[in-house]
Every structure is written in structure tokens, then in C-alpha cells.
Design a protein around this ligand. Structure first.
Ligand code: ARG
Length: 630
């Protein structure tokens, strides 16, 4: 797709005037901008307004059957004319020639339809040419990075980030799903993406785990199922630790000093081991390293089932001593670091940030805090990657923590870093599938998806199903169900898993989209080896059904750009749902016709379905899903 190529395609559709240029219009990536430009130019001539004002008065329509573009008449800013009158006047005077068909007045809106003739001749070769990159646009990312023509910008997307030797929580699951989308859409929009998993692999809880290992650890069990075993050990030691914690809590509640309690028993053992880790004593580090290696290896396999590969398994353990020192030196220099009975803290209320209260940065026994590690990690990452943006995909509960991170960076005089940081927060999943209730590891959730799908499939036996029913396909459909269900909620809305919806073949669901994809694949088996898009008989695609598929496909780039701006994936899912509905209806209609001997029509239809398949694939990949494969 080049401007000349596009002009050529338009010529074949009977449109010889060059596409008018408008600021922000990007006809090479977004075909809707072609129609927008022609419409704005025509409007400007009809009502004599400013051309850019005319362009900005045009909105995309995102309802099936309700036109392609919408002129919002008050936005034309004309004096002395009622918007409704303006609409009916325009409806009369708008030429009914390519690229437009008959307009529909609708209150203060004029709904404009693209002509079926132009749609087929322009869109099919256009999308065919853009192929895997249709809907993505490298320049969108650069505009977003405020350097339109510069080299690629780098973003670190940190997501998933579970804790070693403890459960993979639902919040980690949601972070994984949203994070994959955030990473994919950035890559598609031209960013250089580093996918980072920041493991909770450091801290006092590892000291406690080591105390547990001494009592309950079994080499044999660790060899055969490392994560399960570490989890068991952890549960046992937590059980043992509980009375001591209760004692401490009670003493605190009575306003008593807890120093004595915390200096004996498992408290002492835990803290001593963690202190050894912080002092990098070889024996402590060796044990910790074995736990960590086993954890990473196991996680890699589970993430692979989800189609996710991290570029880096960083973690709280990986922050460098130099950066920790750099943070603390800066805090002291700026006079914001306060010592209080041996621990170091920041009282944010003294620095215009009351809501952030007081945070301990370094504990009394000299060990680092979660906050200090995160601050040092920012410096490390800046040194290693010199990122332009860093996104943390972490649960909403940690909002205050990330505010503290950015506020502290500002106090350290590192606003250059804090302004690049974005916390992409998300709400809780409140109700779980039965199949998730006992899940402890990521792999348990993935198995749960397969089981839920198998259970759901037998209920729904009546739906026309084009997918096969093997174990592999149940896993793939189950995972699609999981992704789509989650990403179809706004990030900051909490929701309960709905097994019926998650496995349904109707509506905006994973199974419905993949089923449509499978149906397209089977139709396309009849496709001739080579389809020549230059000689197709496009007049075969001017029916209402076929045009509607083309219309929806035109809207894909607008949808993905909007999703990128807000980092909300639901727009993409709603879009895919519309495309799926229209494709299914059209295929049903096609099934009722006899296509024997209608070779030209068949070829044109195959080209249409091939492009629809491509758009579905692009959308699924953006959401982190692989399209169905038999
Ligand atoms: N491991 C943490 C948890 O499970 C999440 C880490 C979030 N990322 C960060 N940079 N603090 O709560």
C-alpha cells in the first residue's frame, strides 16, 4: 500500500480525483481515512466551512448497519442554521456517487455509507496487501512517543510477577492476561518492547521458607515436582509460625513493645536467614538460587502454554547494591530520608503528599524493603535499557505503592524517570470458576480452563460447532475463553467468572471467535492456490451482506488505535464480536445458495473470507491469542 497504489485502486472503482490530504489523515494505514478525506472535502464545498473543521466533524460509526461515517452537524460550526435542517439539506445535496452511497439523516447526525462498489475494489486488495500488519501502525507508537519520525522507542512492560514459593494468585493471572495485550499492542504500534517478569524472589518470606526447608524439605519431592513441594513446605512453616505471629499481633494491639517477641523463635530464624541472603553468604545464596532456578524453569513452561515468552526474568533479588546505594544517598542529600529507631523512612506528608503517609524504606535490622527494591530496580532498568516508557501491570491495591515510587523518584530529583512510569492498574476477579477453586499454580488455572471448556461443551451441544473436540483444542478454546472474558471487562471493573459465558459459542466469547475462525478455515479449503486480486470480479461482492463485512473490516484500524490510547482491550473484543456475527450470518446465507459453475463469484468470496480471516487473526494476536488451528 502506497499513496500511488491506493490511487490506482480508487481509479478502478471509478474515482479519479486524488485523495485530499488532511492533517492526521493516514491513508496508507487506515482506509477509513480515505473515506473521511473525500467526505470532508465534499462537505467543505457544500457548506463552505473550514476544511479541517469539516474533517474533525466526522466520526466513525461503530454500529453494524448504521453507516460508515457520521457527520456530527453542530461540529461544522455553522451560524444561523439548525443542525437538523443542516442534516436534511446535506442528505439531499450529497452526491450519490463513489465513494459514497445514499446517506441517512438521523437527528443531528448524518450517517454516510460508503458505496459497495468502492468498498470491495479498494478494501480487499488493501487489506490483502497490509496483511499481518493491518490494524497495526508503527507510526502511531512514535506519535505517542512524541517523536513522529525518530527511531523506535523502547517500553518495558512488567507483568505477571508472581512470588516464589507461594500461590499464583488470581491477581497474577489478570496481570498476565492484560500484560500480554499491553505488550502486543505496543509492539504492533511500533514500540520496541521488553517483556519483564519481576519475581517476588527476595524478602523475609524467603527466610521463612528456608527455615521450613530445614524442617520439611525433601530432595526427592523437590526433584519430582519442585513448585508443588516448595508450596507445601511454605504452608507447613507458615502453620508453625502462626502462633508466634498471633502473639506479636496481640502484643501490638495492647500497645506493647514487640522487640523481644521478634528477636526469638521463627522470627529470629527467618530474619537471620534473610540477613545472610542480603549479605550474599554463599550457602544461603546457593539454596535460594536452587529454588529460583526451579521456579523460573517451571513458569517458563506454563507461560509457553499461554503463548507468552518473557524477555527477562528479573525479580526483587536482582536489584543491584549500587542502585540501592544511589537511592539512599539521593534521599539523604535531599533531606527526605529520616532515621527512626534504627529504621529509615520517608514521611510523605512533609512533602506535599499526605495520602502516601509514612513508608519504611530500610528496616531496623538493616534489610531492604519492597519500596527500596522497586526504586533501585527503576535505576537499574534505566541503565540497562534506557527506556522511554515503563508500564507496571499490577493490581489496583498497589496503587499507593506505585504513587510512592514515582513520588520518591521526584524527591530524588529523578522526575526524568518518574514521568516515564505508568501503573496500569486492574480490579479484582471476585468469583472464580469451580475449576479454579483449588488452583495453586499457574498450570492449575490452565488445566482448569480446559476442564471448564469440556464441561461447557457438553451443555452446549446444539450450537453449530466447527472446531474439533480433542484435548488440545479444548485447552485452546478454554484459554481463549479466559482471555476474552477477562479482557472484555474494563480494567478497573471487578467481575466474577461466568462459566456459561466463558465457554459459550454465542456472543463476544473466545469460543465464538475461534469457532468462526475454524469455519472460515474450512471454507477456505476450497480457495484456489493463487488469488489474483487485480483480476477479481469485485461486482460479485456488492450484496448487502458482503458489503457489511467490508464495512466492518474498514473500521479495524480506528478500533485498534482507540484501544491503544486507553490500553483498554474491550474495544477490540466488541469489534471482533461484530465481525464474527456478520461473517456467520453471511456464511449461513451463502450455504443456502448453489455456487456450482459460479467460478468468478466463488473466487471473489474466497478473497473476502481470506481477508476476514486475516483481520480476525490480527485481532486475536493483539489480545494475546493464537488463532484456531486444527
Ligand atoms: N510480586 C508482587 C506481588 O505479587 C507484584 C510485583 C509488582 N511489581 C513491582 N515492580 N512491584 O504482589
Amino acid at each position: 500500500c502506497t499513496v500511488n497504489g491506493i490511487q490506482d485502486l480508487l481509479g478502478r472503482a471509478g474515482l479519479d480525483t486524488p485523495v485530499p490530504e488532511f492533517p492526521g489523515g493516514d491513508i496508507v494505514h487506515n482506509p477509513q481515512d480515505i473515506f473521511r478525506a473525500y467526505l470532508a472535502e465534499t462537505l467543505q464545498k457544500l457548506v463552505d466551512c473550514d476544511r479541517v473543521v469539516a474533517y474533525d466533524a466526522i466520526q466513525p460509526s461503530n454500529m453494524t448497519g448504521m453507516g460508515d461515517l457520521v457527520v456530527v452537524s453542530p461540529r461544522l460550526r455553522l451560524k444561523d442554521v439548525r443542525p437538523k435542517d443542516l442534516v436534511s439539506d446535506l442528505a439531499h445535496r450529497l452526491p450519490r456517487s463513489p465513494p459514497f452511497a445514499c446517506p441517512i439523516p438521523d437527528g443531528i447526525h448524518l450517517r454516510v455509507l460508503s458505496s459497495p462498489n468502492t468498498l470491495s475494489r479498494l478494501l480487499l486488495p488493501y487489506i490483502h496487501d497490509r496483511n499481518k500488519s493491518y490494524g497495526y501502525d508503527a507510526s502511531v507508537g512514535l506519535v505517542d512517543a512524541k517523536v513522529p519520525d525518530g527511531p523506535k522507542k523502547k517500553v518495558i512492560v512488567e507483568f505477571s510477577s508472581p512470588n516464589m514459593a507461594s500461590e499464583f494468585q488470581v491477581s497474577h493471572l489478570r496481570s498476565t492476561l492484560i500484560g500480554a495485550y499491553v505488550a502486543n499492542i505496543h509492539a504492533g504500534m511500533g514500540w520496541d518492547v521488553v517483556k519483564m517478569n519481576y519475581l517476588g524472589d527476595w524478602g523475609k518470606q524467603i527466610g521463612l521458607l528456608a527455615a521450613g526447608w530445614q524442617r520439611f524439605g525433601s530432595e526427592e519431592e523437590f526433584q519430582s515436582a519442585p513448585l508443588q513441594h516448595l508450596l507445601q513446605v511454605n504452608h507447613k512453616i507458615e502453620e508453625l509460625f502462626k502462633p508466634e505471629q498471633d502473639e506479636c499481633r496481640a502484643a501490638k494491639a495492647d500497645g506493647k513493645d514487640v522487640t523481644e517477641i521478634e528477636s526469638r523463635g521463627l522470627y529470629a530464624e527467618r530474619d537471620a536467614f534473610f540477613k545472610k541472603m542480603e549479605d550474599r553468604e554463599p550457602e544461603a545464596i546457593a539454596l535460594w538460587q536452587r529454588f529460583r532456578d526451579a521456579t523460573v524453569e517451571d513458569y517458563k513452561e506454563s507461560y509457553a502454554r499461554l503463548g507468552i515468552q518473557f524477555d527477562e526474568y528479573s525479580g526483587e533479588s536482582q536489584v543491584s547494591a549500587e542502585s540501592v546505594e544511589e537511592v539512599e544517598t539521593a534521599l539523604k542529600e535531599k533531606g527526605v530520608y529520616e532515621e527512626h529507631e534504627g529504621s529509615w523512612m520517608i514521611d510523605f506528608s512533609k512533602h506535599n503528599a499526605k495520602g502516601l503517609s509514612t513508608a519504611v524504606v530500610r528496616y531496623r535490622n538493616g534489610t531492604t524493603s519492597y519500596l527500596l527494591r522497586d526504586l533501585a530496580a527503576v535505576l537499574d532498568r534505566a541503565k540497562a535499557h534506557s527506556f522511554d516508557k515503563m508500564i507496571y501491570v499490577v493490581a489496583m491495591e498497589q496503587e499507593m505503592h506505585f504513587h510512592r515510587v514515582t513520588k520518591t523518584l521526584e524527591l530524588m530529583d529523578r522526575a526524568d524517570l518518574s514521568e516515564k512510569i505508568q501503573h496500569v492498574a486492574f480490579a479484582k476477579i471476585t468469583g472464580l470458576l469451580d475449576q479454579f477453586k483449588d488452583a495453586q499454580l499457574l498450570s492449575d488455572y490452565l488445566d482448569g480452563c480446559r476442564l471448564a471448556m469440556q464441561a461447557g461443551m457438553s451443555d452446549d451441544a446444539e450450537d453449530p460447532v466447527f472446531v474439533t473436540k480433542t484435548d488440545k483444542s479444548m485447552e485452546s478454546l478454554g484459554l481463549s475463553g479466559l482471555f476474552i472474558q477477562d479482557l472484555n471487562h474494563k480494567r478497573t471493573t471487578s467481575y466474577a467468572c461466568d462459566p456459561k459465558r466463558m465457554t459459550s459459542f454465542e456472543g463476544e466469547t473466545g469460543a465464538a471467535i475461534q469457532n468462526c475462525y475454524a469455519r472460515l478455515l474450512s471454507i477456505l479449503e476450497e480457495k484456489p492456490e493463487e488469488l489474483d486480486y487485480a483480476t477479481l470480479d469485485y461486482s460479485q461482492l456488492e450484496t448487502e451482506d458482503h458489503s457489511e463485512i467490508l464495512r466492518i473490516m474498514t473500521q479495524f484500524p480506528d478500533t485498534t488505535y482507540a484501544s491503544f490510547k486507553t490500553l483498554e482491550p474491550t474495544a477490540v473484543i466488541i469489534y471482533l464480536g461484530r465481525l464474527v456475527d456478520q461473517v456467520m450470518v453471511t456464511l449461513d446465507d451463502d450455504d443456502e445458495q448453489d455456487w456450482t459453475g459460479r467460478e468468478e463469484a466463488t473466487k471473489a468470496r474466497m478473497a473476502l473470507y481470506e481477508t476476514a480471516r486475516q483481520v480476525l487473526e490480527n485481532g486475536l494476536r493483539m489480545l494475546g491469542l493464537s488463532p484456531w488451528s486444527p
